[in-house]
Design a protein. Structure first.
Length: 273
C-alpha cells in the first residue's frame, strides 16, 4: 500500500469506519490393543472430553450468549437504544451519538474535527454524509455498502434472532483470542456477507469479531476487540469498549451513556431532500 499523507490517512480511516460498521471435523480414532488399564482410562477420558467439547452446537452457544446478555425475554423487550460515545483516532477524540430502533433504523453521528459525519441504515436502504469522502450532502449508499452495514439495526448483536432476520450460523471450532480459547461462530447475513464472532467460553460474551470489506477501493480486514461489558439500567449487559483495527489504522470507541427504550423519532432516519 502506498504511503498516505496525514490528511489522506484521516480520510481513509473515517471513510472506512463509517462504511464498515460496525465481513472441524473430529479426528478419527482407530482403537488399538491397549496394554494397560491406565492407558485405557486415559484414552477414554480424553475421548469423553473431546466429545463433550464438540457436543455444543452453534445454537446452544448462542443461547448461552443470549442468557449472558440478560436473557431472551429481557432482550425481546428492547425496542430502542441510544448511545453516547467517544471515538479516539489519530490523537483526536470525536464525540459520537448513536440512535437505533431495533430492526428499523440506525443513525450514527460523529463530530470529527468540526466536520459532521452521519451514517444511516434502515431495513430498506442507507445514506450518509461524509465530508472526508467528498459527500457534504446526504448521499445514498451503494448497494454493496448497504449490504455490508445492514446488520447495524440489530442490537445487541446480529446473533440474537439471527434466523428470524434471515441469517445463518456455523460453529467452526475454537480459536485462541489472546489467552481465551474462544468459540468461533461464522455468521452469514441474508445478503451472504460473513462475519466471524469469537465467544468467550466462560462468560459467553462476544470478545472479537472479524469481517472483510472495501474502503476507498481497497480490501481491508476489520477486527473489533470487544470488552468492558456493563449492566445497563434496563438490566441487560452491553460492551462499553470496542477497539477496531483496520490493518494500518485503529479506532477506540468508549461508550459513556446507554439508554434503552427511550423515545426516538423515526423521522431521523429519513434521508434529507
Amino acid at each position: 500500500m502506498n504511503t498516505m499523507s496525514k490528511c489522506g490517512q484521516k480520510k481513509f480511516i473515517v471513510y472506512a469506519y463509517f462504511t464498515l460498521c460496525i465481513r472441524n471435523s473430529f479426528p478419527i480414532f482407530m482403537l488399538q490393543k491397549i496394554k494397560s488399564m491406565k492407558t485405557c482410562l486415559l484414552a477414554l477420558s480424553a475421548l469423553l472430553l473431546i466429545t463433550a467439547a464438540k457436543a455444543q452446537t452453534a445454537d446452544e452457544i448462542i443461547a448461552k450468549h443470549i442468557d449472558a446478555l440478560g436473557g431472551k425475554d429481557l432482550l425481546a423487550k428492547i425496542t430502542s437504544v441510544y448511545l453516547e460515545s467517544s471515538t479516539a483516532v489519530m490523537g483526536n477524540d470525536a464525540p459520537t451519538k448513536t440512535s437505533v430502533i431495533i430492526g428499523k433504523g440506525y443513525k450514527n453521528e460523529t463530530d470529527f474535527n468540526g466536520q459532521n459525519i452521519v451514517q444511516v441504515i434502515t431495513d430498506k436502504s442507507g445514506w450518509a454524509i461524509n465530508p472526508f469522502a467528498g459527500a457534504s450532502d446526504a448521499t445514498a449508499m451503494s448497494d454493496d455498502d448497504y449490504k455490508a452495514s445492514s446488520d447495524a439495526v440489530f442490537l445487541p448483536d446480529p446473533l440474537v434472532n439471527y434466523a428470524a432476520n434471515g441469517g445463518k450460523v456455523e460453529l467452526a471450532g475454537q480459536e485462541k483470542v489472546g489467552e481465551v480459547n474462544a468459540y468461533k461462530i461464522k455468521y452469514t447475513n441474508k445478503y451472504g456477507l460473513e462475519t466471524v464472532y469469537y465467544i468467550d467460553p466462560t462468560t459467553y460474551y462476544i470478545i472479537q469479531s472479524v469481517k472483510k470489506g472495501m474502503a476507498m477501493g481497497q480490501e481491508v480486514t476489520v477486527t473489533a476487540s470487544i470488552s468492558n461489558y456493563q449492566k445497563t439500567d434496563f438490566g441487560v449487559f452491553m460492551p462499553f469498549s470496542i477497539n477496531i483495527d483496520m490493518g494500518q489504522f485503529s479506532l477506540a470507541i468508549t461508550t459513556k451513556k446507554a439508554e434503552i427504550n427511550g423515545t426516538i423519532d423515526p423521522t431521523i432516519f429519513d434521508m434529507p431532500k
